[in-house]
Ligand binder design. Structure first.
Ligand code: ATP
Length: 676
């Protein structure tokens, strides 16, 4: 202000002080002043053909820093410039709708053109345009200070994290250009077209220019390192990534259209070249769900993922309070390899693509969904850690989680059969969600399904009721028995079934984690793999089975087995089990097995080779099996040893533990027994 005051006194303005000049021009007092530029007096600023100046006197040169971004997401410069052109077009539309612009709107569009010879890439629009004063204000001041702020804030950060998320604005053009020109003419009546030009130093030039129609051309003189941006395919690729759903048509290149004329023999086909619009200006998420059919949603999915399989279902999101968000989330057919499904949700801000890395915005399990989220309320200009704790982002993420749970719940309630048919894909997602989000857990508990060996699906409550009669232990716990591998655990499953127990299938890759997670959250429910104990102990009851062997005989049996197996330190137990159960079984106690699996998952076998730890594998001899009695009573020591060894190997076999030399010996022994 003091500076301007000085100018007023002397009635002289030096054209290095653009703020002062701007204020004088805006109050329409230019005639009262003498303007000095490079020590020469300029009579009337309004008739000056060329104004030269400095973008800002006090700012260090930001251009080298902008250029440094070249090595990260440099293609965003085009998004920024096309988005500006779209903005300028939409603003004019708005003015027209408010009656503040009465001229001919015509077809608003944004055109991208390449001139290889001149080495230029041009973005043209038919929007608002700018007067000289506006160029001065918006380009030299607003945009420049925005860019300076951006550079200041992020110059020491890893730019690959941020630049794709939000733009540096107009000045990102300098990432790929030696020189940038703006030729623009305002929509305001009687406006003079102007040309702004800047060669990447902090000096710019504004001159009068020729331009018949309102709007702006942004002309980039593409630099030596960025020649790729003069290639059609590269520009197509970038437009397709960032501008595919922008609201005003974006034209790039041409396409051939075949026009049919006449009927029958007179039919003629004519091929014409026409401008190619690369975007869908009214993507599905911007429309009213009431007006859309399933077919529309499926087609849009194809537009997003041309090679994807049909989605299972979708959710149309639409909120305007307390934050603004629209979008469509699709539920894909999820295969076991969930990594294939990550990073498929695209984030837009007012139809401008921002990123497909949404992991800071959506809870991880929702990242398995596909589709689009569009929200201007997601703050894009902040660092990742801040984003996660941002209140709006939290609200958005809670809202989406709730919507997804509600949708699943309504599908479950309205079409249980259809829901069950999709369960294989949905299940993985639901379990993932239940494990990672408490609120989702509470909702999903009602529709999470458990599949048993007969391939029937039950909710948690239904299943509890189903097993009520047989599978409640002496402490009142409902014991859910499960198998992780029906083929391998077949013997154990059969034992459980003989006992009248039901067995669940937990054979997807997520089930391992799900089992312990769900158990912690459910009261009075225990989950046990079928081979976690002998069938008599899987569900512990008050009354246990009676043993046919006296205590003395039991000790003798143990000694016989130790000898036959050549291992004195073996931990052998004798238990009374039904006669038809195996003579020997190997069980893997639930807790120890889970520990081992966890250790393996975290890499290697953990601190102690858990496989060999005492208690990780129990060998149980069935006191009531006739073969055990035969072994005990056998008078021929060799035959006794052979039988005991064989009974043990059968146990190993049913647990999938019989391999190598032991397996060969078992086969040889078996043949010998059969040949006797
Ligand atoms: N094609 C254009 N037509 C009319 N005005 C434009 C055009 N391009 C830029 N401008 C003006 O220049 C200003 C600065 O542009 P810039 O891209 O740097 O920032 P922004 O678009 O306001 O914000 P940001 O890009 O950071 O979201 C715009 O706000 C607009 O007023």
């Amino acid at each position: 202000m003091s500076c301007l005051f000085l100018f007023h006194l002397h009635k002289t303005v030096k054209i290095t002080d653009l703020n002062g000049l701007e204020q004088i021009l805006s109050i329409g007092q230019a005639e009262l002043f003498t303007f000095i530029f490079e020590n020469q007096e300029i009579k009337n600023i309004k008739t000056v053909m060329a104004v030269k100046g400095k973008i800002s006197v006090n700012t260090e040169n930001i251009f080298p820093i902008i250029k440094k971004f070249l090595y990260s997401d440099h293609d965003i410069f085009l998004r920024e410039l096309v988005a500006n052109a779209e903005d300028a077009s939409q603003k004019l539309q708005k003015l027209a709708s408010m009656g503040e612009f009465n001229g001919e709107l015509g077809d608003l569009n944004v055109k991208i053109s390449i001139d290889k010879e001149a080495g230029t890439l041009t973005i043209s629009d038919r929007g608002l345009g700018m007067t000289a004063e506006e160029v001065e204000k918006y380009i030299n001041q607003v945009a420049f200070s925005g860019a300076t702020e951006f550079v200041e804030k992020f110059k020491d950060e890893d730019t690959s994290n941020i630049i794709g998320k939000f733009g540096l604005g107009f000045y990102s053009a300098f990432m790929v250009s030696d020189k940038v020109e703006i030729v623009t003419k305002s929509y305001k009546e009687g406006s003079q077209a102007v040309k702004w030009s800047c060669d990447g130093s902090i000096e710019f030039e504004i001159t009068d220019a020729e331009r018949a129609e309102r709007g702006s051309d942004i002309i980039l003189y593409v630099n030596e390192d960025s020649k790729e941006f003069l290639e059609d395919h590269r520009i197509s690729e970038i437009l397709n990534k960032y501008c595919k759903f922008m609201p005003i048509p974006v034209i790039f290149g041409t396409e051939t259209e075949t026009i049919k004329e006449g009927e029958g023999d007179d039919a003629k086909e004519e091929k014409i070249e026409k401008e190619k619009v690369i975007n869908n200006t009214a993507p599905l998420w911007t429309k009213d769900p009431k007006e859309l059919s399933d077919e529309d949603y499926r087609n849009f999915y194809k537009e997003l993922y041309p090679y994807g399989e049909e989605p299972l279902f979708w959710i149309h999101l639409n909120v305007d309070y307390p934050f603004n968000l629209t979008g469509i989330l699709y539920f894909p057919k999820i295969k076991n390899d969930i990594t294939q499904h990550q990073n498929k949700v695209q984030l837009y801000s007012r139809q401008v693509f921002i990123t497909d890395e949404v992991k800071d915005i959506l809870p991880e399990f929702l990242g398995l969904m596909h589709g689009v989220i569009d929200s201007p309320d997601i703050p894009l200009n902040v660092s990742r850690s801040y984003l996660q704790s941002d209140a709006n982002v939290k609200k958005i993420s809670n809202y989406i989680t709730r919507k997804v749970a509600d949708k699943l719940n309504s599908l479950f309630n309205s079409d249980r059969e259809g829901f069950e048919a999709k369960w294989e894909s949905i299940g993985l997602f639901v379990k993932y969600g239940m494990m990672s989000d408490e609120k989702f857990f509470d909702k999903a508990k009602k529709f999470c399904l458990y599949k048993n060996m007969d391939d029937k699906l039950f909710t948690f409550d239904e299943y509890k009721a189903k097993i009520e009669a047989e599978q409640v232990d002496k402490d009142g716990n409902h014991v859910f028995l499960y198998t992780t591998n029906p083929g391998q655990q077949h013997t154990y499953i059969e034992s459980a079934k003989r006992k009248g127990y039901d067995v669940l299938k937990f054979d997807s890759m997520i089930d391992n984690h799900f089992v312990s997670n769900v158990e912690q959250k459910l009261e009075k429910v225990q989950l046990k793999r079928v081979d976690a104990d002998t069938v008599e102990k899987l569900v512990e009851k008050e009354i246990s089975m009676e043993s046919l062997l006296s205590e003395d005989d039991q000790n003798k049996v143990v000694e016989i087995f130790k000898k036959a197996l050549g291992n004195d330190n073996m931990d052998l137990q004798v238990q009374a089990l039904p006669a038809e159960e195996m003579p020997v079984s190997i069980v893997l106690p639930e807790f120890m097995r889970r520990m081992k699996e966890m250790a393996e998952m975290q890499g290697g076998g953990g601190m102690f080779g858990m496989g060999d730890m005492p208690g990780s594998k129990n060998i149980v001899i069935n006191a009531n099996n006739p073969m055990v009695e035969r072994i005990l009573k056998s008078e021929d020591e060799t035959a006794q040893n052979t039988l005991a060894r064989h009974a043990y190997d059968l146990a190993q076999l049913s647990q999938g533990l019989l391999t190598g030399a032991e397996l060969s010996a078992f086969i040889a022994r078996d043949l010998e027994i059969m040949n006797k």
